[in-house]
Design a binder for this molecule. Structure first.
Ligand SMILES: N[C@@H](CCC(=O)N[C@@H](CS)C(=O)NCC(=O)O)C(=O)O
Length: 198
């Protein structure tokens, strides 16, 4: 059975949990207590030298990095729609995985970490980055329902969590109507789960 090493409040772990649920895949969640540094235990470091969650284990395959986990799940279990294998549509989807890993991480995820767990960082820069990326995505979504390919893909799933959790980072979405409509569309997908679904 698929196993996900997880931390409930993590937006990166949520990407993996959401994808597992959207694909209706049976899986076991192994919750790590980051406060007591379980992710730095020798046992966990054997799985992921970087000492971070999420980590997905599928039989003898071990994948770290939330974007890579989405790629793995989509290609192994999601047919050809969540991440097509042809060069152009695959690249169109992949570009958003990098947006999620860089722009959204340094903007919205950083602002959330600052306000939620007091991570020391430059909150003004993180807030400004958040609005820059939200403005771009809002503009991009003016003529689209989904980020690419006119259907839900892992581009949407990679970008969704930290934008949906913007309020935790004191980032208001009021001026981004296309973004909020897109968030609502994702919440309607069969198998959608909230960040804390227990
Ligand atoms: N780029 C990684 C980031 C993973 C990450 O930052 N995980 C956090 C939880 S959201 C973590 O494990 N933090 C503990 C640490 O870095 O020591 C991904 O997308 O999976």
């Amino acid at each position: 059975m698929l196993k996900l090493y997880d931390f409930a409040l993590s937006g990166n772990c949520y990407k993996a949990r959401l994808m597992l649920s959207l694909l209706n895949l049976e899986h076991k969640i192994i919750s790590l207590d980051l406060k007591s540094s379980e992710h730095k235990s020798l046992e966990f470091l054997r799985l992921n030298l970087f000492g971070q969650v999420p980590v997905l284990v599928d039989e003898n395959t071990m994948i770290r990095e939330s974007q890579a986990i989405l790629v793995y799940l989509a290609r192994c279990y999601g047919g050809n729609s969540w991440l097509p294998s042809e060069a152009e549509p695959m690249s169109l989807v992949m570009q958003w995985l990098f947006t999620a890993a860089h722009d959204i991480q340094q903007g919205l995820a950083a602002a959330r970490a600052y306000h939620l767990v007091g991570r020391q960082l430059d909150i003004e820069t993180a807030t400004q980055r958040s609005h820059t990326i939200l403005t771009a995505i809002n503009q991009h979504l003016a003529r689209r329902q989904w980020l690419e390919l006119n259907c839900p893909t892992i581009a949407d799933i990679a970008c969704f969590p930290y934008i949906a959790l913007a309020a935790d980072g004191k980032i208001a979405l009021d001026n981004y109507a296309n973004v909020t409509a897109w968030l609502a569309r994702i919440k309607q997908l069969p198998g959608y789960v909230e960040l804390l679904s227990l």
